[in-house]
Each structure stands twice: as C-alpha cells, then as structure tokens.
Design a protein around this ligand. Structure first.
Ligand code: AVI
Length: 320
C-alpha cells in the first residue's frame, strides 16, 4: 500500500499522523479544495498563533482579556461557590487565571488533547492557587468524555474563551454546545467568548496583518504536510488570502496557488489551476442576537452578555 510505505518513510507512522494523512488527502480531493484548521497547531503553529494574539491588528485576545478583567466581579457574582471550572481546550492559562482570581472555584478541569501541555500548565497553576484541585483530562473536547470523579458532586461551569467556537461551522458549534451541556450536567453554566460582527475593514486587517504572521500561520499547514506526510508543496507558490464573507458572517482563510502546478502527497497527485484556493479556515462572527439563538438551539439560555465599549468582542454567561 503506497500510503503506508510513504508514511513509514516520513518516520511518523502513528495513529494521529494516519488520521492527518487520510483527512488531508480527502480534503484536497474535494472541489473546492480544503484543509482542516485543526492542523495549524503543531509547536510552530501554536507559537505563531501566540504571536498573532499580540499583533496590533488582532484585537480579539486583548479585548476578551479586558472584558474578563473588568467583569470578573460580575461573573463571580453569578457563579455558585465551590464549583468546578471545566475549560474546553486549555491553552495558555492567562484567561483562566482572571476567572480564578475573582471566583472561588473548588476545582479546575482543563480538557485538552495534548496531555504534556496540560501537565506543564497545571503545575504552574498549582503553585499560584495551592488550594485549587486540578484534574486535567486528556481528551478531544469535541467528543463526549467523562469528568473526573473528584468533581462529581460540584456544580460545573464550562469555560470556552477565545472565540474558538467561531472556527466551528454553525451546526458543529451547536452540537458542541449541546454536548458540553450534557457533560457539565444539571445546573450547569458556561462562560464563552465570541467575536462580534463589526466594520469589515477591522475584520480584514485582523486576518491580514502587516507583519505577515497570519500568512505564516496559514502556510504552516503546508509545512506540516511536507514534513509529517512527505508532501512536496512549494511554499513559495502559495499565497495567504483572508476575506470577509458578509452573507455568511465569517472570515475565510485560503491558500491560493500562484500558478498551475501539481503537488504530490502519499502517492496521490493534486493539480492546481492558477488562482485556485485551498480553503483552510472559517472564523464566524456572531452578533449578540445570533449567538443567543445558537445557544438556545443547544438548550442553553443566555444569562448575561458582556462586551467592550467599542463592541468588538463578547463574553456570554449561559445557563441551562
Ligand atoms: C483560534 N481562533 C479563534 C482564531 C480566529 O481568529 O479564528 C484563529 C486565527 N486564524 C487566523 N488568525 C487567528
């Protein structure tokens, strides 16, 4: 089998690489071609994303942090004491620290696919919040998982910051919210960040930064395919494009082929026309109303919605 031998040559014949290979070949065989944004985030991609969050044009991260900082007291007021905070997809601990500073949580359950990363983050938090019970769960948070038995009797508060929900298709976003409600159980609440619709120029600039970091982030998925799956993408023959799709309320990221070319990956050839796109990411923007509708469709009620003064970003408190 051509695929298996090519993978063995790339020296990464593990389960995740096989899934990446299968998905990449299937997605590049589609018309229009696409690749899943989840493959942006290897070590380099995660560093590039961290760099994006510090860009002057990329307002979401710093705006959400400001809302959490400013509204921490209000958030604390509506959250039951001694609850367990369950973070879906735990990245840097900056945001969760803001909640932990304000609210008296008994436990913190970071859920992430990368177990190593979880351990390092948990150790740092343990030092600063010595009485907090920390129970990491290594799991894909988009599929059902069990909460640790230590938090079984505590009320649960989900935390999903960063507008990561915007990278799901609306149907997937609703399915995720429904699954989170089931996992968190009776009396659950959820604190969730969502990017707002706004002036198109601001949105455009946030995904077309002058320093070109977003372009490198986008191209990193091709770097990974070359390195991990033995592909032969010529990186100089693809260019980053991000546009705002007004009808669908989303930023779309694409990699555009600069010329007619053929790329080989695991025994399969993919031909590109000049200007042909690989659609790599959607980032949906939700008005307060459309987000409430999405949440209601998944069995949640919006208890409170906070925004910044310039209406750039929103943080919602949901309850069942
Ligand atoms: C992680 N996610 C919310 C980011 C976003 O804005 O959709 C990913 C990103 N893509 C390009 N820049 C940032």
């Amino acid at each position: 089998n051509v695929h298996a031998s090519a993978l063995a040559e790339a020296h990464l014949p593990d389960e995740q690489t096989t899934a990446f290979a299968r998905e990449a070949i299937e997605d590049l065989s589609q018309q229009p071609k696409k690749l899943s944004p989840k493959y942006f985030y290897d070590a380099t991609g995660s560093e590039l994303f961290e760099a994006i969050t510090r860009l002057p044009e990329y307002y979401p991260t710093r705006t959400e942090l400001a809302i959490l900082r400013e509204r921490g007291g209000e958030i604390a007021n509506i959250i039951p004491e001694h609850a367990a905070l369950v973070e879906f997809g735990a990245g840097a601990t900056t945001k969760v620290r803001l909640l932990l500073n304000h609210c008296r949580f008994a436990a913190y359950v970071p859920v992430d696919i990368s177990g190593d990363f979880l351990k390092a983050q948990a150790n740092g938090l343990k030092r600063d919040f010595p009485t907090l019970g920390i129970y990491p769960v290594a799991a894909d948070f988009t599929t059902p998982f069990e909460l640790p038995k230590q938090v079984a009797s505590m009320p649960k508060v989900g935390f999903f910051p960063g507008s990561t929900i915007g990278n799901f298709e609306p149907q997937e976003a609703q399915a995720f919210l429904r699954s989170a409600r089931k996992i968190l159980g009776k009396g659950a609440q959820m604190i969730i960040g969502a990017d707002l619709e706004k002036d198109e120029r601001i949105l455009f600039d946030a995904y077309n930064d002058a320093a070109g970091v977003t372009a490198r982030f986008n191209l990193n998925v091709l770097v990974r395919i070359n390195r991990e799956l033995g592909g032969n993408f010529d990186l100089s023959a693809f260019t980053h494009r991000a546009i705002y799709n007004r009808e669908r309320h989303r930023i779309e990221m694409h990699l555009i082929s600069k010329r007619s070319q053929t790329v080989r990956l695991l025994g399969t050839s993919f031909s590109f026309r000049p200007g042909e796109s690989i659609h790599t990411e959607n980032s949906y923007k939700y008005s307060i109303e459309r987000f409430a509708t999405l949440a209601q469709g998944a069995g949640w009620r919006v208890r409170e919605s906070w925004t910044d003064a310039a209406n750039m970003f929103s943080v919602h408190a949901l309850e069942v």
